[in-house]
Design a protein around this ligand. Sequence first.
Ligand code: ADP
Length: 162
Amino acid sequence: MPQRVLYPGSFDPFTNGHAALIQRALEIFPAITLLVAVSGSKDPLFTLEERLAMLQEVYAHDTRITVESWDGLLATYARKHHYTVLLRGLRPTGDFDYEFQMAAMNKTLNASLETVFLMAQGPYYMISSSAVREVWQHGGAVEELVPPTVLHYMQQHRPQMK
Ligand code: ADP
């Protein structure tokens, strides 16, 4: 039976960095579930419903991708829905300590859950949702940082103040 793979995140908003990671992971795994954290950052730019809507639109035509949300422990969600792989990305900008701690904690809580990391690559390593939010809120250009669907959604729902 193929491994069931979860890619959890806040996706506030979904970026080209997330998308690139997913494309690479699809070379390894046949299908991935994107699990949107209900309570990510304390001050999200987009509501959970908006983040879900954007992801559903980006992957509307890709049957390998499923989008779900969850408010609670990842380890519990994974056990309940029989996921065995947690996909995460590592950027050379300080992800390691947090990710190491999370992976160790999740393994302690759910021994059958293995965290698999893909290193950020090429032009994508510097992209973060927080940088996109910051640039957007100050009127900067994010065309190179998010998929066209997300950009369109942002323009419709959070017009920039210039
Ligand atoms: P979280 O709030 O859980 O950190 P994010 O949406 O910020 O959620 O990120 C989800 C995952 O995607 C994390 O493992 C993060 O390191 C990874 N990630 C985010 N941006 C990139 C990128 N540009 N390249 C590679 N991995 C990334």
